[in-house]
Design a protein around this ligand. Structure first.
Ligand SMILES: Nc1ncnc2c1ncn2[C@@H]1O[C@H](COP(=O)(O)OP(=O)(O)OP(=O)(O)O)[C@@H](O)[C@H]1O
Ligand SMILES: [Mg+2]
Length: 273
């Protein structure tokens, strides 16, 4: 399902102009990461996708729906939004109730709800924790409950706000796996993140925000090479990307595998010369 944002401006009551003319198209099935300094407007932008915020000026379209014409409850069937802080999202007494809440609310029959919950719990590795109170879980697992409760709604678009913040390596791996599976299912995944390694490893397109505007938008590899522009919004490319740039690699690399490939290739060329 296509997302189309045109000249979006948004001011919070009290006057902060958080978005200053953002235009953006995200096509069905894209995997997009949004990065940028604190206060850049990332969360404000994604809260427009399910109508939690409405434009001060400009338009946001989700498929054929203009968000200003549909209530959040309807938009939630198209856009699932996992909050940065799970504690803002969770309110049921058991993990099962929490994960079932969304699909029940969308009016699915009991059998379908049960299947959606089962799949979401399996994907987030929560199976077996059905009867636990989410608040008795470690924060890393609470995050998984927050993820599962959105995944169970089976929306064509999934938005994750800072999914890896405060998570350990195992949890980050689980989140990356969820992103992968959602992508394979043909869903659109949009993630806000400060974690450039997570971003470089898992996302094909990167949008860089600063001061309420989009500074860069393109393939991960090209965006991560723009060190100077990234620095203006306090984003550092992954360490291996920077090292490759310092070593004058002919094109940027994103991770260990690409770094080693390029290194070996350059070595072979040198040996032949
Ligand atoms: N509820 C609010 N009321 C007033 N101003 C707000 C509110 N929420 C955010 N802002 C302001 O709007 C601007 C954009 O904030 P936003 O939360 O969208 O940034 P962000 O890129 O998500 O930052 P972070 O990385 O810290 O989460 C900031 O100047 C922020 O202080
Ligand atoms: Mg934010």
């Amino acid at each position: 399902m296509r997302i189309e944002i045109q000249d979006l401006h948004f001011s919070y009551p009290g006057g902060v102009e958080a978005l200053k003319g953002v235009s953006l198209v995200v096509n069905t099935g894209e995997k997009v990461a949004i990065v940028g300094q604190n206060g850049a407007g990332k969360t404000t932008l994604v809260k427009h996708l399910n109508g939690l915020l409405l434009p001060t000026k400009g338009t946001v379209r989700i498929g054929d729906w203009d968000t200003k014409d549909y209530p959040v409850a309807r938009l939630s069937s198209r856009v699932g939004y996992v909050f940065q802080n799970p504690d803002e999202q969770l309110f049921n007494k058991t993990v099962y109730q929490e994960v079932a809440f969304g699909p029940r609310n969308l009016g699915y029959p009991a059998e379908k709800v049960a299947e959606l919950v089962k799949n979401a719990m399996a994907l987030t590795e929560l199976t077996g924790k059905e009867n636990v109170n989410p608040y008795d879980l470690m924060p890393t697992w609470r995050k998984m409950v927050a993820m599962a409760s959105i995944l169970a709604m089976d929306t064509p678009i999934v938005v994750l706000d800072e999914p890896t913040t405060g998570q350990d390596a195992a949890s980050i791996e689980r989140i990356a796996h969820c992103v992968q599976v959602l992508h394979q299912q043909g869903k659109t995944v949009i993630t806000i993140t400060h974690d450039v390694d997570f971003c470089a490893e898992n996302f094909e397109r990167i949008i860089v925000m600063g001061g309420g505007r989009i500074l860069l938008d393109g393939p991960a590899i090209e965006v991560l090479a723009q060190e100077e522009i990234l620095a203006t919004t306090y984003v550092e490319p992954p360490q291996l990307t920077r090292l490759g740039n310092r070593l004058d690699f002919p094109h940027p690399v994103r991770n260990e595998e690409e770094f080693l490939d390029m290194y070996r290739q350059l070595h072979r060329q040198r040996d032949r010369a």
